[in-house]
Design a protein around this ligand. Structure first.
Ligand code: AHR
Length: 501
C-alpha cells in the first residue's frame, strides 16, 4: 500500500470560492436544448415544454450559472431571431454545427428555464459575424428598465422586469479557424474593447469575459492573450480559458495526469494578465473564467457519420460522449484544480450540461440519467463552497509520457461557512490503495462525518438508461479522528469526498 500525508490548517487560505466555479453551459447544439431541457409532448414536460426530470437532475447538481447560447453557435447568431412570437421566428442554417436552428427556444424561454433551475445566465454575444452595435443592443434589450426602443420591445414581448444578466462573454473562441468571423488577436482585442465600452455604457453593472485562446494547444496561445489584452485590458473583467482532454490510446495514468497541464495553463494565463497589468501601470486585476472544460473525444467519429448522412436537420444527436469511470476521475481532478486556483479562477463552466458532452443524458420521449461525471461535479458543487484551503501534501509520484513527478494523490480542501471541512481527493494509482494520514492540527475537535467514494473495477464502465447505477458513489465507514489526526484508506483509482464537522 502507498502512503501519503496531508497537513491542513484553517489559516492556510487560498481564497473564497466563487460559487460561479460550479457553472455549466447550454449551447444551441445537438440535443442540448431540443430533446434535452426542452421537449414539449414528453410525458414529463411542464406547461412550457421543459422536461421536469431533466430539471430535477440539474437542480441536484446545483448549477448557479449557465453559459448560453453558445459556443461556436453564437458566432453566427442574430439575437433578434430568438425573441418575439415563437411562431414568427425564423429558421436559420447554423454554420457552426451544420444544423437548422428553429429558434423555438429563445432568450425569454431560456430565462424562464434558468429561473426555475436556480441559475443565472452568462450570455455570449456574437463578435464573429457581428460587432459592438449588436452587442450593446442585446444588453439594452435584456437589462435596460424601459423607455427605449429595445427595452420597450422586451416589455411588449412579455417581460416587464429586465433580465438583469450580469455576466457576458465577448464572443467565443475567436482565434479558431472553425469560428465564423475568426480574427487576429489585434483585430479581436480592438472589437472586444469597443463592444465592452458600449455594453458597459448601457449597463455599468455588468462584467465581461474576453476570449482567451480556444486551447493552450493553439500555436498562438500566449501571444493571443498578450496582444488582445493590450487592447482591452481596462474594459474587461475576465479572460476565458477552454480545455478538453481525451484518452484515445487508453493510457489511464497519462490521462489522469492531464490536470498538470490544466494547472500550468491557469498559471500562464494569470501571469500574462499580470504582465499586462504591470505594463499598463493598472490598478485593476483581471481574473479568469474557465468557461469550457471537460473530457471530449468519444463522439467525434460518430459526429462525422451524422454529418455525412443528415446535415442540416434539427437537433442532430451531436457530441453525445458516453463517459466512463476514468473520465469521472479526471473530471474530479479538474474540479480539484479549479478549487486549487480559486484565487484567480472566479468562473468555470462544465461544458456542457445536457446530452452534448454532458453529465445528464436523455432519450427523446424516454428517460433521463446521470453519466459518471455527474457525481464528482455534484459533490464539488455541494461541498466545495466556502474557503479554499492550501493543502500541504506529501505523496508518492509517478512518471508518464508527458509528465514527470505526477502525485498519485491529487487533493484539495474547502472549509464551509458552517465550520465543516471537506477534502476532495483522487487516488491516481492504478493498483494500490493509498493510506492517507491527515493532520488536522488547527481545527480543534472534529469528527469525520462521511466518506463518499466513486470507484469501479473497470475504467471503461459507463451508465446507461438501462443501467443508470453502474457507476455511482457509495458511502463507506468513516475513521476516528484522534488527537487531530486521521488515517484514511483510499482505493486505487478512486474519487473520494472526506467530510468532517
Ligand atoms: O462545447 C462545444 C464547443 O467546443 C463549443 O461550441 C466551442 O466553443 C468549443 O470549441
Amino acid at each position: 500500500m502507498k502512503q501519503a500525508s496531508m497537513i491542513l490548517d484553517r489559516d492556510y487560505k487560498i481564497a473564497r470560492v466563487d460559487e460561479r466555479l460550479f457553472g455549466s453551459f447550454i449551447e444551441h447544439l445537438g440535443r442540448a436544448v431540443y430533446g434535452g431541457i426542452y421537449e414539449p409532448g414528453h410525458p414529463l414536460a411542464d406547461e412550457l415544454g421543459f422536461r421536469t426530470d431533466v430539471m430535477e437532475a440539474v437542480k441536484k447538481l446545483g448549477v448557479p450559472l449557465v453559459r448560453y447560447p453558445g459556443g461556436n453557435f453564437v458566432s453566427g447568431f442574430r439575437w433578434e431571431d430568438s425573441v418575439g412570437p415563437a411562431e414568427q421566428r425564423p429558421k436559420r442554417l447554423d454554420l457552426a454545427w451544420f444544423t437548422t436552428e428553429t429558434n423555438e427556444v429563445g432568450l425569454h424561454e431560456f430565462a424562464r428555464w434558468a429561473e426555475k433551475a436556480g441559475s443565472e445566465i452568462m450570455y455570449a454575444v456574437n463578435l464573429g459575424t457581428r460587432g459592438p452595435e449588436q452587442a450593446r443592443d442585446i444588453v439594452e434589450y435584456a437589462n435596460h428598465p424601459g423607455n427605449s426602443r429595445l427595452s420597450d420591445q422586451r416589455i411588449a414581448n412579455g417581460r416587464k422586469e429586465p433580465f438583469g444578466i450580469k455576466l457576458w462573454c465577448l464572443g467565443n473562441e475567436m482565434d479558431g479557424p472553425w469560428q465564423m468571423g475568426q480574427k487576429t488577436a489585434y483585430e479581436y482585442g480592438r472589437v472586444a474593447n469597443e463592444a465592452a465600452k458600449m455594453m458597459k455604457w448601457v449597463d455599468p453593472s455588468i462584467e465581461l469575459v474576453a476570449c482567451g485562446s480556444s486551447s493552450s494547444e493553439m500555436p498562438s496561445f500566449g501571444d493571443w492573450e498578450l496582444t488582445m489584452l493590450n487592447e482591452c485590458y481596462e474594459n474587461i473583467d475576465y479572460v476565458s480559458l477552454h480545455r478538453y482532454y481525451s484518452n484515445p490510446t487508453g493510457d489511464t495514468a497519462g490521462f489522469l495526469a492531464r490536470t498538470m497541464d490544466m494547472d500550468d495553463f491557469i498559471r500562464s494565463v494569470a501571469a500574462i494578465c499580470d504582465a499586462v497589468k504591470g505594463k499598463k501601470h493598472s490598478k485593476k486585476q483581471v481574473n479568469l473564467s474557465f468557461d469550457e472544460w471537460n473530457v471530449w473525444y468519444h463522439s467525434r467519429e460518430q459526429d462525422e457519420e451524422i454529418w455525412k448522412q443528415d446535415k442540416w436537420n434539427r437537433a442532430l444527436p451531436l457530441l453525445e460522449d458516453i463517459y466512463n469511470f476514468e473520465d469521472a476521475l479526471l473530471v474530479g481532478s479538474m474540479l480539484i484544480t479549479l478549487l486549487r486556483n480559486a484565487d484567480r479562477v472566479k468562473v468555470a463552466c462544465l461544458a456542457q450540461l445536457v446530452n452534448v458532452i454532458a453529465p445528464i443524458m436523455t432519450r427523446n420521449g424516454g428517460g433521463c440519467w446521470a453519466q459518471t461525471i455527474y457525481y464528482p461535479f455534484m459533490h464539488a458543487s455541494k461541498y466545495g463552497r466556502g474557503t479554499a484551503l492550501r493543502v500541504i501534501v506529501d505523496s508518492p509520484v509517478y512518471d508518464c509520457r508527458d509528465y514527470e513527478g505526477v502525485p498519485t494523490l491529487d487533493a484539495m480542501a474547502v472549509q464551509g461557512d458552517d465550520g465543516s471541512l471537506t477534502v476532495f481527493c483522487v487516488n491516481r494509482d492504478l493498483k494500490e490503495d493509498c493510506l492517507l494520514t491527515l493532520d488536522l492540527r488547527s481545527f480543534g475537535v472534529l469528527r469525520m462525518s462521511e466518506h463518499l467514494v466513486l470507484h469501479h473495477d473497470d475504467v471503461h464502465a459507463v451508465n446507461t438508461e438501462d443501467r443508470p447505477d453502474e457507476v455511482v458513489p457509495v458511502q463507506i465507514p468513516v475513521t476516528q479522528v484522534d488527537g487531530g489526526r486521521a488515517e484514511i484508506r483510499l482505493s486505487p483509482l478512486s474519487w473520494n469526498v472526506l467530510r468532517f464537522c
